[in-house]
Design a protein around this ligand. Structure first.
Ligand code: HEC
Length: 209
């Protein structure tokens, strides 16, 4: 399955789930009991389906994606903690529990967004290759170790997060440069300076047997 598609689907499902729960909490807090009961009955199957799908896609991302940061593990723990609290809170109309459950979900969503923003910034942050300047392969290795191993692995063939195997890529240097500079699918853009871009291309050649 296309990893990037799963990531996008996960995001859409999670957003729908969150909006749904914020709405349910609003109904509970404003004492619209009948409306809440009717809404809950009408959305029961859809809710179960969406919850199941966002968990399955989440598990797939843990399994097939790059290793998770501590922030993401906290986020996952928050989502799992919110489930029993939400079930009890809404079943028994305990408002503080419903609020805690929704806050956990909103917090988890916020952490995920923060994490995404952090990675985006790190992808753009420059790598210092001044100590090996003039040696393209060494420059490329520094850049590759700092920016690329998370998905492509030390040897280039890890294929995490849907990444392509760089040991057997059939792309020309220019096509590779284009993908590195501008990103593609699940790979973000890495705006490297020329010497580092050429260095990475030189280093990738050493990874091919
Ligand atoms: C977040 C994970 C991730 C990181 C980090 C990452 N890549 Fe990728 N890379 C991918 C994915 C996913 C693809 C496949 C894109 C597609 O075709 O949809 C890819 C494809 C490529 C390709 C094209 C290979 C082919 O045969 O199509 C090259 C070259 C490449 N990456 C180089 C790099 C380099 C160099 C770095 C570090 C500067 C890097 N990547 C960092 C995920 C990543």
């Amino acid at each position: 399955m296309d990893y990037h598609f799963v990531v996008v689907a996960h995001r859409v499902l999670v957003t729908a789930f969150l909006v749904h729960y914020v709405w349910k909490t609003f109904l509970l807090l404003s004492n619209k009991k009948d409306t809440l009961a009717a809404y809950t009955a009408k959305t029961r199957i859809a809710e179960m389906l969406v919850a199941l799908l966002f968990m399955l896609s989440g598990f797939y991302m843990i399994y097939a994606g790059p290793s998770l940061s501590a922030t993401m593990w906290i986020k996952i723990a928050m989502v799992f903690a919110s489930i029993p609290i939400a079930i009890i809170g809404f079943r028994r109309n305990i408002k503080p529990m419903a609020i805690v459950a929704v806050l956990l979900l909103v917090g988890a969503y916020g952490l995920a967004e923060m994490n995404k923003a952090k990675y985006k910034k790190e992808d753009k942050a420059p790598v210092d290759t001044s100590t090996v300047a003039g040696d393209p392969v060494a420059v490329g290795k520094e850049v590759y170790t700092a920016k690329c191993v998370a998905c492509h692995g030390d040897a280039g063939d890890a294929q995490l997060a849907g990444a392509k195997n760089l040991k057997i890529t059939t792309l020309t240097d220019d096509q590779q440069k284009d993908i590195i500079l501008h990103g593609k699918g699940g790979m973000s853009a890495f705006p490297l300076p020329d010497d580092q871009l050429n260095g990475v291309i030189a280093y990738l050649k050493t990874l091919k047997q």
